[in-house]
Design a binder for this molecule. Structure first.
Ligand code: COA
Length: 339
């Protein structure tokens, strides 16, 4: 059900490309990319840089990073808001494992520790900063400091979010402002500050995290649904506005997926979770890793011609979940006509 709202266009999943990149070794992966894209394509040049990376074996890669060449993001700087927890953490790990310098940004320094520790252990290039994305001047300073320290921002992932279930009639103005501030204002402030810099360079990628309820609606999360709908409109608008400057702006819209934050805030009860799963054609929630894999794909050069897109990752929930009942009536008609 799409509630009559605009239905995001669906992309063909990257099956063919994943197969092309499934690799027993970096060399054969590079050759497959070469055959697919030709020698000048950035993804091939990135594969050529694979030896620069210190992560040594496929088994050490985060799951989400296994579908793309090892150096897909080598030499690039990525800024991930909310990049230390949940989906943001998986995206950060994937980008870092594939060669990016990853800067995670959020309000709580304690949330940065896990990613920074893992990065140290694995030899990934990582950094963090504390910022409240609701405050435009703080975002300005934060982005300036990332550029001063790391030289540039090639990739921005607007992942920071706040959410909880609350009936609309009981939602306080402050609670509404808190979620709209993080999700809608924060996405705009970060996009504007990083966007200015990307426009000056003539290149850059921005990825926003929305949710399927941005167009279906969902009881109990009017604040989050309204904010995500705004971010979806922002994605399409900025994609159209900034394409001429060489920027790509896309979104992903996950259905429910496993994360500590979501479990605590959205389905503390397993009965609720099972009831939601019943309505998903694939009969399960996604893992954060599966969602992150699609984020990496959209950010990769494989999607250089994709902008203004919203990739739905919901196990088929938004296209309906029920089979017709065995077609009994129409087969009876055929039988009647034959006799
Ligand atoms: N139900 C109803 N109102 C809630 C609420 C809940 N579960 N959680 C927060 N609020 C209200 C607060 O009562 C307050 O409103 P009030 O001043 O009228 O009482 C307002 O929201 C701001 O809350 P506060 O916690 O002070 O703001 P914050 O800016 O520090 O944090 C959130 C806001 C949404 C980020 C915070 O509630 C939070 O940490 N949520 C869990 C993390 C999360 O959302 N993860 C993503 C999961 S998908």
């Amino acid at each position: 059900m799409n509630g009559g709202g605009p239905v995001p266009r669906r992309m063909v999943p990257p099956v063919a490309l994943s197969r092309a990149f499934a690799r027993p070794s970096t060399e054969s992966s590079r050759n497959r990319c070469l055959a697919t894209f030709g020698p000048a394509h950035p993804i091939v040049r990135a594969a050529d840089d694979a030896t620069l990376l210190r992560v040594s074996a496929d088994s050490e890669l985060p799951q989400c990073a296994k579908w793309l060449p090892r150096a897909t993001f080598a030499g690039q700087v990525a800024l991930i808001t909310g990049g230390g927890t949940g989906l943001g953490l998986q995206i950060s790990r994937g980008l870092a494992a594939l060669g990016a310098t990853v800067v995670i940004a959020s309000r709580t320094a304690a949330h940065h520790v896990a990613f920074l520790d893992e990065s140290r252990a694995r030899g990934w290039k990582a950094d963090s900063l504390v910022v409240d994305v609701r405050e435009a001047p703080l975002v300005h300073t934060a982005v300036e400091s990332v550029i001063a320290k790391h030289g540039t921002v090639d990739i921005l992932v607007n992942n920071a979010a706040g959410n909880f279930v609350c009936p609309a009639e009981r939602l306080s103005a402050n609670a509404w402002r808190a979620v709209l501030g993080i999700v809608l204002d924060g996405t705009f402030y970060c996009s504007r500050e990083v966007g200015k810099h990307m426009i000056a360079r003539g290149t850059g990628r921005i990825l926003n995290i929305v949710a399927t309820y941005a167009w279906t609606g969902m009881p109990g999360v009017v604040h989050s649904a309204s904010a995500k709908a705004g971010v979806l409109a922002m994605t399409r608008t900025l994609a159209a506005e900034w394409a001429r400057h060489g920027l790509r702006v896309n979104a992903v819209a996950p259905g429910p997926f496993e994360s500590d934050g979501a479990r605590e805030n959205l389905w503390p009860d397993d009965t609720v979770k099972r009831a939601i799963e019943e309505r998903i054609p694939l009969r399960r929630f996604a893992t954060a890793d599966e969602v992150a894999a699609q984020c990496l794909w959209l950010l990769s050069p494989a999607c250089d011609y994709v902008t203004g897109e919203c990739l739905v990752i919901d196990g088929g929930a938004s296209v309906g979940g029920h089979m017709w009942e065995s077609g009994a009536r129409s087969s009876r008609r055929r039988k009647d006509a034959a006799t």
